[in-house]
Design a protein around this ligand. Structure first.
Ligand code: GDP
Length: 492
């Protein structure tokens, strides 16, 4: 994967030049040092009668960790160490139905329960205490409303959510995004609790919402089904305790939420950005094990030693247990939202794993763009009726904005002839590393509220790399849309 033709030749013990020749006869111009994509590899395999197995990124990742005697996710360690853990909840629903207000209300209704002097800023997730059947229970909320984050994390194989709260405004009823969110939850096999919001409004019709969702298979308990519906008003703070109780009861009924706090911590990064004073800051959700200050960790292509841990009310803590969200300081770069993180034995291991991932990412991107370097060549290929891809590298001022930009780009309607692919994304200024990746893969770099750093601009000029800057998402979308259309109708 991402290997050069020469690497491949060495593996199968032939002269690279002969492979170049074979490919040439098959209509592919590839030099020995160029990396080859999966397709070309398959082609070559068929021609030479080799059974080529293209390794999936998941397998590759597993193999990488195995080399260090590590494993992500599957092994919970000693069964006797398993302990109950709080449910992790994502709030989803149609725009304007009150997701943000509800998340705020739940958080603030609970502030007094904690010692800290009010809440200053969110870290992307928080925990709420509640009492159910005389027992103290904790619930973790992911504070990024909308299913975009949920989908992005799931796309990266990170199962971060135990329960989805589907917010439906009682004056508006089920809307397209309500159903879309519901479909996402169902596809991920995540139980749903329905928060029927805005019941304070005179036009509210909570019964209608129940009826509508019943048609989509969410049958309210009071109608004999097994989905809990709770009437709430996020603005008036009504029904919040009932909602928390419904979440706990649903978790208890449908899931056995346990984790081993004794092992090395693992989990997922839910938000990350570059802070001027503190450097890379990532909020991680601990899914198993306990994360400690001083641990060596690797998160996607980022690594480092935990310098400090900050909880959801801004306090510095020594450790974070399963289902606890915590800000991690001490990483050397910014991981992506949805990247898995894990504690490893030492800094060296962390760096080696991170380096391997970075190298793999580069190789994959290079292979993707190996056959095309310039826009002219792209036009030529389009003229010949071949399909082409516009490759993009996204850089922005926060993981959230990068994610939002990517989501919006993915929604652009493209024709069959052209497609759009983001090969790398990250937080912070555009660096020489980004430019060299763009040069190698023929990608265009989009900077969202960030600029090129140091020699990156110079290098981009030299390497003919197109860098475009934006401060509003729709401008970026407009331009890329125009570019794609331009690709279809090149003007000579
Ligand atoms: P989101 O797009 O789902 O995050 O929705 P918001 O939380 O931004 O809410 C959209 C609008 O609905 C805002 O103007 C809120 O003040 C209003 N809103 C949210 N919850 C309630 C509620 O319980 N009652 C009333 N009357 N208005 C609400």
């Amino acid at each position: 994967r991402g290997a050069s033709l020469a690497d491949f030749a060495e593996k199968i013990g032939v002269d690279p030049a002969s492979l170049v020749q074979v490919l040439f006869h098959l209509g592919e111009m590839v030099t020995a040092n160029q990396s080859i994509n999966d397709e070309t590899l398959q082609l070559l395999g068929a021609e030479l009668n080799y059974d080529i197995q293209v390794v999936s990124p998941e397998d590759e990742e597993r193999e990488l960790l195995e080399r260090f005697d590590l494993e992500f996710g599957e092994n919970e360690g000693d069964e006797d160490d398993l302990m109950p853990r709080p449910a992790v909840v994502t709030v989803m629903g149609h725009v304007d139905h009150g997701k943000t207000r509800l998340l705020d209300a739940l958080r603030h209704s609970n502030v007094q329960a904690k010692e800290a002097g009010g809440i200053t800023q969110t870290i992307g997730a928080y925990q709420v205490e509640t009492e159910v059947d005389d027992e103290d229970r904790t619930i973790t909320f992911i504070d990024t409303p909308g299913h975009e984050a949920f989908t992005a994390m799931r796309a990266r194989g990170a199962k971060s959510t135990d329960i989805a709260v589907l917010v439906v405004a009682a004056d508006d009823g089920a809307m397209p995004q309500t159903i879309e969110a519901l479909n996402h939850a169902t596809a991920a096999d995540v139980p749903v609790v329905v928060a029927v919001n805005k019941v304070d409004k005179p036009t509210a019709d909570p019964a209608k919402v129940r009826g509508q969702l019943t048609e989509y298979g969410l049958v309210p308990e009071e109608y004999g089904g097994d989905t809990m519906f709770v009437d709430v008003s996020a603005t008036k703070g009504e029904g919040l305790d009932e909602l928390l109780e419904a979440i706990v009861l649903t978790a208890d009924a449908a899931l056995e939420l346990q984790a081993n706090p004794e092992m090395d911590a693992q989990g997922v990064a839910i938000e990350a950005h570059l802070d001027k004073g503190r450097g890379p800051v990532a909020t991680v959700l601990v899914q198993r094990g306990t994360l400690h200050v001083g641990d060596s960790i690797v998160a996607g292509p980022a690594h480092g030693r935990v310098r400090a841990l900050i909880n959801d009310v801004g306090e510095s803590v020594e450790a974070a247990e399963p289902s606890m969200p915590v800000q991690v300081l001490g990483l050397t770069s910014v991981p992506g939202a949805g990247d898995a993180f894990m504690v490893v034995p030492d800094d060296r291991t962390a760096r080696q794993i991170a380096d391997q991932r970075e190298a793999r990412k580069r190789a994959a991107a290079q292979a993707a763009g190996a056959r095309r370097k310039t826009l002219d060549q792209l036009f030529e290929q389009l003229e010949k009726g071949e399909t082409e891809e516009l490759l993009l590298i996204l850089k922005g001022d926060g993981a959230g904005s990068v994610e939002a930009l990517e989501e919006a780009l993915m929604k652009i309607e493209v024709s069959e002839e052209v497609s759009l692919r983001v090969i790398d994304r990250g937080v912070g200024a555009i660096t020489e590393t980004n430019v060299s990746l763009a040069a190698a893969s023929g990608a265009v770099i989009l900077g969202f509220n960030v600029r090129a750093q140091g020699k990156a601009t110079e290098m981009a000029d030299r390497e003919n790399v197109d860098i475009r800057y934006y401060s509003v998402i729709y401008r970026a979308i407009e331009e890329i849309e125009a570019a794609l259309k331009g690709m279809l109708k090149p003007i000579y």
